[in-house]
Ligand binder design. Structure first.
Ligand SMILES: Nc1nc2c(ncn2[C@@H]2O[C@H](COP(=O)(O)OP(=O)(O)OP(=O)(O)O)[C@@H](O)[C@H]2O)c(=O)[nH]1
Ligand SMILES: [Mg+2]
Length: 301
């Protein structure tokens, strides 16, 4: 390790659906955080690690900051806001637009209160044809907060993301290597598996159903031949939702299970036998007890 090795924590924050998780996955080169076209996909802080000869970046992906409508929402926003003061650099992700709504204004106010350097990341620039437009959009934001840097990227198309990594190393302090260089995340496999099942449900189900879903892993064990048995429960809020999740003759549950199993197998590098159940817990998103059971509770150091 050289004397000029840099290391530290970088938070990705922003409104729901701006592409925080997609960007983090691309920056570390592996899919760890789940993503979907529906807002409020990420519910917990997801920590990942990127290491090269320049140093080590520990990324913290956070839930989108929004107006909470239930306890789960409040929890999610607390997780995101709480992360701001614990990091060396904040990446504020925004959509490419000069319209700055109440949600963005609110985040700008939060950022003014922290001393941490903030890099404005305008994501999804692949959706804008004229590069001059992007400059104009970024100018609109420059009037809001004093940014350390402003960077346009496309997480999806991996455009300008190397430049972002380069900038991050400039802003991180000299420091030790916290994790060994092979570490990509400290999320337990159980948790990643539960998230991947939730991702497939989010992507395959419509309307309000996916937002009321939680996934728990009841069992995860390895057979002698290296194969894994995983049993998981999808929790939803209504009997009618349960019917839709199971689908005609179990077709929907099978689709969710197959898609999730394939991704879990890729990640684990082992064969997986996945069994899924569906359970109803009315209004669990407003119950502290249920939220705790499903993995949504403040982790005090
Ligand atoms: N066109 C385009 N779409 C993108 C880009 N980055 C992300 N997306 C899409 O935007 C949607 C939301 O992406 P996520 O990464 O889940 O967004 P997020 O900010 O983590 O969302 P929450 O977890 O809900 O706060 C997905 O459909 C992504 O494919 C991009 O650079 N270009
Ligand atoms: Mg996310």
């Amino acid at each position: 390790m050289s004397d000029n090795f840099r290391s530290g924590f970088v938070a990705l924050i922003g409104r729901p659906n701006v592409g925080k998780s997609t960007l983090m996955n691309h920056l570390i080169g592996q899919k760890i955080a789940i993503t979907s076209e529906k807002p409020q996909t990420t519910r917990n802080r997801i920590q990942t690690v990127y290491t090269d000869e320049r140093g080590q970046i520990i990324f913290l992906d956070t839930p989108g900051i929004h107006k909470a409508k239930n306890r789960l929402g409040e929890y999610m926003v607390n997780v995101a806001v709480g992360t701001l003061s614990e990091v060396d650099v904040v990446l504020w992700l925004v959509e490419p637009s000069s319209f700055i709504g109440a949600g963005e204004q609110h985040i700008a106010e939060l950022l003014k209160k922290v001393k941490t350097p903030v890099i404005l990341v305008m994501n999804k620039i692949d959706t804008v044809k004229d590069p001059k437009e992007i400059e104009r959009f970024m100018d609109a934001y420059r009037g809001l907060v004093k940014f350390a840097q402003t960077v346009p990227v496309s997480a999806l198309r991996n455009r300008n993301t190397d430049r972002l990594t380069e900038l991050l190393f400039q802003y991180l302090p000299y420091g030790p290597q916290y994790y060994d260089e092979d570490t990509v995340t400290d999320q337990p496999m159980r948790q990643i598996a539960a998230e991947l099942i939730r991702e497939k449900a989010l992507r395959m189900l419509s309307d309000e159903i996916p937002h009321g879903i939680a996934v728990t892993i009841e069992k995860m064990s390895e057979r002698k031949n290296g194969m894994f048995d995983i049993e998981a429960t999808i929790i939803c809020e209504r009997d009618s939702h349960k019917g839709i999740i199971i689908g005609k003759g179990g077709a929907m549950l099978k689709r969710i299970g197959t898609a999730a199993r394939q991704e879990i197998e890729n990640l684990m590098g082992a064969q997986v036998n996945l069994k899924l159940w569906v359970k109803v817990r009315k209004e669990w998103r407003d119950s502290e007890l249920y939220m705790k059971n499903y993995g949504y509770f403040e982790q005090k150091e």
